[in-house]
Design a protein around this ligand. Structure first.
Ligand code: KG4
Ligand code: ZN
Length: 331
C-alpha cells in the first residue's frame, strides 16, 4: 500500500509518501522554528497560519520527490489529533480535500501511534508483539503496552510535565534558545553529569507513572542559589542525567512485570544521545532488543503517520470525509 501522509499537529508542516508502512519514498518537513524562536515557544496562531501557507507546496513536493502523482497513491493518512486545534484543522482539511478530489480513502491517525511506528521506517526490522514503547515528546511522556497494531494500552504516564517540556523549560532557565531540547543536549555534551545530584522523583511503588516538574524546579532553585558558580554545561548534563535515570527506571520496572519482544523508544526526546545510550545499555541488561527511530523520524514527521495508518492493516476502514480534528484525541 502506498500512502501519502500529512502531519500538522504542532509546528512542523510535514508530508511524506511511504510504501507498506516501512519504505519512505519522500519525507518533507518544513520547520517553523524561525517564526517561533523570538517568542521562546510555539505560538499556535502563527503555527496554523504557517501550515496554511506551506502545506500545499509540501504535498506537491513529497509527490514530486517520490516521482508520483496523487492518482498513484492508495490513500491519504492524516494526523487527526492530539495537538493544537488550529494546526490540526489545516492538515485535516487538506487531507479531506485531496481525498475528495482524488476519490482515495482517507485514514485518520493518532499522532502518538505515529511516533510508535516511526521505529520501523527505513529499518530492517518488523514489529514483533508484544513490545513496550516509551513515547517521549514535547507534549507526552508515556509507556505503552503494544499487544498488536491496533491493540495498545497506556500503562504509565507523566503526572506533570512531559519529558520534552522539562527539557524546553530547563533550557530556558539556562538561557538557551528555542527549541530547548537539542540546545540543552549540545551544552550538556561538555558537562559533568555527576556534578549536581538533582532529585529523581518516582511516584509510588505500584505505578509506572513518572514526573519531571520536580527536576525542573530543583534546577531553578539550584541556579538561584548558585549565583553562576557551577558551569552551565555541568548543570545541563546533571539535569539530563536525572531525566534519563527516571525514564530508564520506568522501563526497567515495566520489563520486570512483563516480558516484551522489544523496547521502542520514540518521540522527539528519543533523538537525545544520552537517552539512546542509556536505553541500549538497559536493553543489554534486560536481554531485550531496543529499537529507536532514525533521528529524522524521532521528531514530528509525516512518514510516521502514513506508517501508523498502514500498520492498522486490512481491517482499517477508511474514515468519512466528515472527519474532524480532535485536539484531545484519546490514545
Ligand atoms: O515529538 P516532537 O517533535 O513533537 C511533539 O509531538 O511534541 O518532540 C519535540 C520535543 C521538544 O520538547 C524538544 O525539545 C524535544 O522533543 N527534543 C529533544 C531533543 N530533540 C528534540 N529533547 C532532548 N534532546 C534532544 N536531542
Ligand atoms: Zn510528536
Amino acid at each position: 500500500m502506498l500512502l501519502l501522509g500529512i502531519e500538522t499537529s504542532c509546528d512542523d508542516t510535514a508530508t511524506a509518501v511511504v510504501r507498506d508502512g516501512r519504505t519512505v519514498l519522500a519525507n518533507v518537513s518544513t520547520n517553523q522554528d524561525e517564526f517561533h524562536a523570538k517568542y521562546g515557544g510555539i505560538v499556535p496562531e502563527i503555527a496554523s497560519r504557517q501550515h496554511v501557507a506551506l502545506l500545499s507546496a509540501a504535498v506537491d513536493d513529497a509527490l514530486a520527490r517520490a516521482a508520483l502523482r496523487l492518482d498513484d497513491v492508495d490513500g491519504i493518512a492524516v494526523t487527526a489529533g492530539p495537538g493544537l486545534i488550529g494546526s490540526l484543522v489545516v492538515g485535516v482539511a487538506a487531507a479531506k480535500a485531496l481525498a475528495f478530489a482524488s476519490g482515495k480513502p482517507l485514514y485518520a491517525v493518532n499522532h502518538l501511534h505515529g511516533h510508535i511506528f516511526a521505529a520501523f521506517l527505513d529499518a530492517d526490522v518488523e514489529p514483533a508483539y508484544p513490545f513496550l514503547a516509551l513515547l517521549v515528546s514535547g507534549g507526552h511522556s508515556q509507556l505503552v503496552d503494544v499487544r498488536a497494531p491496533a491493540e495498545m494500552q497506556v500503562i504509565g504516564k507523566t503526572r506533570d510535565d512531559a519529558a520534552g517540556e522539562a527539557f524546553d523549560k530547563t533550557a530556558r532557565l539556562l538561557g538557551l534558545p528555542f527549541p530547548g531540547g537539542p540546545a540543552l543536549e549540545r551544552l550538556a555534551a561538555g558537562g559533568d553529569p555527576q556534578r549536581v545530584k538533582f532529585p529523581r522523583h518516582r511516584p509510588d511503588a505500584g505505578t509506572l507513572d513518572m514526573s519531571f516538574s520536580g527536576i525542573k524546579t530543583s534546577v531553578r532553585y539550584f541556579l538561584d542559589g548558585d549565583g553562576g558558580a557551577t558551569p552551565p554545561a555541568d548543570v545541563a548534563a546533571s539535569f539530563q542525567a536525572a531525566v534519563v535515570d527516571v525514564l530508564v527506571d520506568r522501563v526497567e520496572r515495566a520489563l520486570s512485570a512483563r516480558r516484551y519482544a522489544a523496547i521502542v523508544l520514540s518521540g522527539g526526546v528519543a533523538a537525545n544521545d544520552a537517552l539512546q545510550s542509556a536505553f541500549r545499555a538497559a536493553g543489554e541488561r534486560q536481554a531485550t532488543r531496543v529499537l529507536i527511530p532514525q533521528r529524522r523520524y524521532c521528531t514530528d514527521n509525516a512518514a510516521m503517520i502514513a506508517a501508523a495508518a498502514d500498520r492498522r492493516g486490512e481491517r482499517a476502514r477508511a474514515d468519512a470525509l466528515t472527519l474532524s480534528a480532535d485536539p484531545n484525541l484519546a490514545f
